[in-house]
Design a binder for this molecule. Structure first.
Ligand code: H79
Length: 435
């Protein structure tokens, strides 16, 4: 469906293989469609990258980047003892930030399971002195505090011997040059079954790493069916950098707004599925103790607003420290985003991308007969928008309800903006449309 067929035979075979691999006969259940609407309304989530790599304070790619052999990397696990981890604190922080869901790494590319897995001992229970299932602790707390939990799961695995033939990365782990690919996929399915069985209702599965072996047979049909059979409402998304395959429920972008590709690996094809874009606060996903290039709260709010204006959610990442705490620079920014959302959330939550496509000056969002014009970067006293075919009943400033003067002309709408306030991240004009 999404793979363009050409007359060249090899490409045709390739396209066919992908079609077969995905869940082609997939029809999302009623629960799944409802979950998609919930997801689109939620708009803001917190991403958590946490693993034994956090100990080294050098990001989640440290094993690959420093060419650490698996047998050496394994030594790390004995030091992972996050005695300061308090799931209540994490979930309360996510809520204070205004997030409606959390997406946490259950297993990253290092293959280490941050949960109690029966199909390997390469997990937090069997290898660390902490010996507790942090995913279970977090899941229980999320259910208690009414926030949805998604699991990130890396299909790429730098540790498992059966991840073979190898892909683009993970060549220096010192694994034998043999392995059984189907046995690896069985292992992955078994872990996913655990994640969808032992942790209550799951928001969804956030796959990553398929890009490492884009042409392999990932048995997507079987894996996606397994997930949907176990929990029909669970949303499947995959960060494979391609347009969605059948069986996926949302489309994600990494460090780019939908349709853009500044990161260099994103597809610019935007599907009709619910959308999400993720980004970091500094430049690291996993804890990095020398990365101090923090984005300002203003920049984070702007990205959230531009995502909403692009009809997408924003999944904002934190990489907790090895002791289980979230570093203060992240906490401050999350709380400030939350304060902003408390005052302006009406123009974000439950909205969809508005009638005017994203612009350099800002974006529009919409809920029913209300359009929110988000002016992010416009110095002048008036702003001209293209007409969008609806009459306006009233225009007011979201901040204090004061009326905004406007002129409807042929083909355009002129808004008289209030004087700029340096401390205001987003000047929001509410347009009440004539029904
Ligand atoms: O979990 C975080 C990162 O560890 C992971 N995704 C986020 C959410 C991630 N992995 N890789 N990347 C992000 C960057 C992507 C690099 C790639 Fe490539 C460029 C993938 C394909 C082209 C370089 C060349 C790495 C593999 C081939």
């Amino acid at each position: 469906m999404l793979v363009r067929r050409r007359c060249w035979l090899p490409l045709l075979a390739f396209a066919f293989a992908l079609d077969v691999a995905a869940q082609t006969d997939y029809r999302p259940s009623r629960e799944n469609l409802a979950a998609r609407r919930w997801f689109q309304d939620a708009k803001f989530g917190i991403f958590i990258h946490w693993g034994i790599y956090s100990l080294l304070g050098d990001g989640e790619w440290v094993m690959n980047n420093r060419r650490i052999r698996a047998q050496d990397y394994e030594k790390l696990a004995q030091f992972f003892n996050p005695t300061e981890f308090d799931p209540h604190e994490w979930v309360a922080l996510a809520k204070a930030a205004g997030a409606r869901y959390i997406t946490i790494t259950s297993k990253h590319h290092d293959g280490f399971a941050m949960f109690d897995s029966q199909v390997t001992d390469w997990d937090i229970i069997d290898r660390t002195p902490y010996k507790r299932d942090v995913l279970k602790m977090l899941a229980d707390e999320c259910h208690k505090q009414g926030i949805k939990l998604f699991f990130y799961y890396s299909q790429l695995d730098w540790h498992h011997p059966d991840y073979y033939p190898r892909g683009a990365t993970g060549h220096d782990a010192g694994r034998p040059s043999q392995g059984d690919w189907n046995r690896y996929l069985d292992f992955m399915d078994a872990q996913l079954r655990e994640l969808l069985t032992n942790y209550g209702a799951v928001g969804g599965i956030w796959f990553d790493g398929m890009w490492d072996k884009p042409d392999a047979d990932w048995r997507l049909a079987r894996t996606y069916k397994l997930i949907h059979d176990l929990q029909p409402q669970a949303l499947i998304g995959s960060n494979h950098h391609r347009p969605p395959f059948p069986g996926e429920d949302f489309q994600m972008f990494e460090k780019d707004l939908p349709g853009r590709n500044t990161a260099g690996f994103n597809t610019t094809e935007v599907s009709a599925l619910p959308l999400e874009t993720c980004d970091t606060i500094n430049n690291s996903w996993g804890y990095n103790f020398t990365d101090n290039r923090f984005k300002s709260t203003r920049a984070l709010v702007h990205y959230l607003v531009r995502a909403a204006g692009s009809n997408a959610n924003f999944l904002l990442n934190v990489g907790p420290m090895p002791n289980g705490k979230i570093q203060p620079e992240f906490v401050v920014r999350l709380r400030e985003v939350g304060q902003w959302l408390k005052q302006n959330g009406e123009a974000i939550y439950g909205t969809r991308g508005g009638p005017i496509a994203p612009r350099p000056w800002g974006v529009t969002t919409q809920r029913g007969d209300t359009v929110y014009v988000h002016v992010l970067d416009w110095p002048d006293g008036s702003l001209i928008l293209p007409a969008f075919g609806r009459r306006i009943n009233r225009a007011r400033l979201l901040r204090d309800g004061s009326p905004i003067r406007y002129e409807e002309r042929a083909g355009e709408l002129l808004l008289r903006l209030p004087p700029q306030r340096a401390e205001e991240y987003d000047t929001i004009i509410v347009l009440e449309l004539t029904p």
